[in-house]
Each structure stands twice: as structure tokens, then as C-alpha cells.
Design a protein around this ligand. Structure first.
Ligand code: KG4
Ligand code: ZN
Length: 350
């Protein structure tokens, strides 16, 4: 059985092709076209612009994927789409493509919650097969541009949000601090590069939510602390100031993420610890996450770098486990039902 997956939740146009043979999944081909260069001059993603770019680019990306895989749309047995959460103009493009294809070819359509895709990115190994070592219960720390959550999975596809941000997401905080430091967009990688050369603790930023008993996060106060620290300097800021602020800010974010993850490990006693979302590309966070898991003797999993950001391949993995649980029939004629939903809840999809 062949599956074609479509991802347009934000600023990446991505398609991926997967196969299920003798109940085993393999990723056949994956393509991601990033719109970063387009949005850079606006300092962030412009939703309508991202929709226009998806519309302009989806056929070349899809066509390239099918040609390289030497396959055609007729050979696809089911279509997969991330129908939320995300930017509504962007989501509408991917969902329209998916519904049209499923209707035209009279095939099943499997909707995927974008964050379950990020979680399932952890199963993909470098050969496009599935890692077998992940054991339930799982504790996942999701750190993306739009979300920061601790999610507990007793079993496959069974999500319990046990902590989340009360304001900005971790990725959003990285992007905003990058803007303050005049580093441009996308901010996460730029702040992280600066941080690598800076002195951690040179600026004493408070670790957000350190003393709250819950498992929630908050990053907007930290952002204000950065702004206050910057007020002492005139623009353009000296390189050393940028490096030290980036390092101290990144450290406060990581300490906050790790502190709540440790709390959750003690309370929920997971077998496996998963990192997910765009910020999981951050090398300092990856190191600390692995160290934390080792401290509590939990197995840590981190997505391969190519699956940290938005991509259609990770949604294929979630679709594979859904098919195993529900069968293909459940998704027949689904083109009638699947809707783009910017605020989609994680447990709302079959
Ligand atoms: O998961 P993602 O690609 O998109 C969403 O679903 O939101 O996450 C994008 C976020 C952006 O905020 C970006 O700045 C951040 O991930 N990011 C990073 C790094 N690479 C990407 N943040 C910190 N360090 C990085 N190396
Ligand atoms: Zn994402």
C-alpha cells in the first residue's frame, strides 16, 4: 500500500511518499520546500503570503517527488494531510489538495494533527524505517514555533496534555529575541549560533515558572527581561552583547524546559522520553535532554535533524499507526469530512 502525505501548516510546502508492506512502514521519498527566503524581509511568516507560495509551489514539489519515486497519483492508496493546527490560509491549500485528490481517485483520506506528526518524527530512522526501541508510556516534550507542551502517551495515539505554555511558545520566544537582537528570521537557529559563542549567565535572566507546582511554561516574561537588558545599549548592539544575551536567554529557556520535564518524569514515570518540534534542532537542548534522560534512566529519543522542522514524512508515520489501529475503511469517503482547523485539538481526530 502506498501513502502520499501533504504538509502546508505554516511556511514549508512538503510532500512525502510512504509504503506499507507486510505491516511494515517505509518512507520512500520526502521533499520539503521552505519559504524562509520569502518571509525573511517581513521578520516572520505572513500567512497570506505563505498560502500564495504553497499554491505556486505545490505542483512542482509534488511532480518532482512522484518523478523521482517513479510513481503516479493513480498508484496511491491513501492520502494523508495535516489539517491543523496552523495558519488557516496555509492549511486551506494543503487540505484542498488532499480532499481533491481523495475525491478524484476515490481513495481514503487520513487527517493528522500537526503535533502528533512532530511526536511521530521520533520513530523515523535514517533508512526511512521505524525505530523499534520506543517504549510506552512515553513522555513527549513538544517545542515548536506555535506550541510548547508536555504530552503523556499511555499508548500509541493516546495523548494527554499534562503541561503547556501559558503565553508564548519556546520557538516564538527564540524568534522574538532574534528580532530584538536584530538577527533576522528564522530566529531559532540564529540565536542558537550566537549563543554558542556567548557567556552563559553573563545576564541573570530568571528561569520562567521554576517555582510553580504545575507542569506549565511561560516565556513572555523572559522576553521582557531581554528587552530590559538591551535598554542599556545603543543600536547597533555590540557583537559580544548579542552573544552573551543569546547564551543567557537560551540557557533560561532550556533550564525551564528541563525543569518541568524532570518534574513530569518523576510524576509519570515514562519508559521513553521524546523531544519534538522545530526547537528540537537546538543542539544545546538536545544535549541537555539526553543528559536528563540518562539521569533518570529513561531512554531518550530525538528526531533526526531533517525531521525536526515541518515535513510531510512525520505525518506518514502517524498515519501508519492510525491505519494499524483503525483500518483503511475508516477513512473512506473522508474527503467529505476533513476540514482545515487552525485550533485543532490533539485528541479530536480518529
Ligand atoms: O515545528 P516548527 O518547524 O514549526 C511549527 O510547527 O511551529 O518550529 C519552528 C520553530 C521556530 O520558532 C524556529 O525559530 C524554531 O522552531 N527553531 C529553533 C531552532 N531551529 C528552529 N529554535 C531554537 N534553536 C534552533 N536551532
Ligand atoms: Zn511544526
Amino acid at each position: 500500500m502506498k501513502l502520499l502525505s501533504i504538509e502546508t501548516t505554516c511556511d514549508e510546502t512538503s510532500f512525502a511518499l510512504g509504503a506499507i508492506k507486510a505491516n511494515e512502514f517505509s518512507l520512500l521519498k520526502s521533499k520539503v520546500l521552505s519559504q524562509t527566503a520569502i518571509h525573511q524581509k517581513y521578520g516572520g511568516v505572513v500567512p497570506n503570503l505563505s498560502a500564495r507560495e504553497h499554491l505556486n509551489n505545490f505542483i512542482p514539489v509534488l511532480d518532482g517527488l512522484l518523478k523521482e519515486a517513479k510513481t503516479g497519483l493513480r498508484d496511491i492508496d491513501a492520502f494523508v494531510v495535516a489539517n491543523g493546527p496552523g495558519l488557516i490560509p496555509a492549511l486551506l491549500i494543503g487540505v484542498s489538495i488532499a480532499k481533491s485528490l481523495a475525491y478524484f481517485y476515490q481513495k481514503s483520506l487520513i487527517p493528522i494533527h500537526h503535533l502528533e506528526g512532530h511526536i511521530y518524527a521520533n520513530w523515523l530512522n535514517k533508512n526511512g524505517k521505524l525505530r523499534k526501541a520506543i517504549q510506552f508510556p512515553v513522555l513527549a516534550l513538544i517545542v515548536s514555533g506555535g506550541h510548547t507542551q508536555l504530552v503523556y502517551l499511555k499508548n500509541h495515539l493516546n495523548y494527554e496534555i499534562i503541561g503547556e505554555t501559558l503565553d508564548d511558545a519556546a520557538g516564538e520566544a527564540f524568534d522574538k529575541v532574534a528580532k530584538m537582537l536584530e538577527l533576522g528570521y528564522p530566529g531559532g537557529p540564529k540565536v542558537s549560533q550566537m549563543a554558542a559563542k556567548g557567556k552563559v549567565g553573563f545576564y541573570q535572566f530568571p528561569v520562567p515558572m521554576r517555582r510553580t507546582p504545575d507542569l506549565n511554561f511561560s516565556f513572555s516574561g523572559l522576553k521582557t527581561s531581554v528587552l530590559t537588558a538591551l535598554k542599556k545599549y545603543k543600536k547597533p548592539y555590540p557583537l559580544k552583547v548579542k552573544q552573551d544575551i543569546a547564551a543567557s536567554f537560551q540557557e533560561a529557556v532550556i533550564l525551564s524546559l528541563i525543569h518541568k520535564t524532570e518534574k513530569a518524569i518523576k510524576k509519570y514515570k515514562p519508559q521513553s522520553l521524546l523531544l519534538a518540534g522545530g526547537v528540537s534542532a537546538n543542539s544545546a537542548l538536545r544535549r541537555r535532554f539526553e543528559k536528563t534522560a540518562a539521569k533518570y534512566r529513561v531512554q531518550a529519543f530525538i528526531p533526526l535533524l531533517q525531521y525536526c522542522g515541518d515535513n510531510a514524512a512525520m505525518h506518514l508515520v502517524a498515519a501508519y499507526f492510525k491505519l494499524r489501529q483503525n483500518g483503511l475503511k475508516k477513512y473512506q469517503n473522508n474527503w467529505k469530512k476533513v476540514q482545515a482547523d487552525a485550533e485543532l485539538a490533539i485528541n479530536s481526530l480518529p
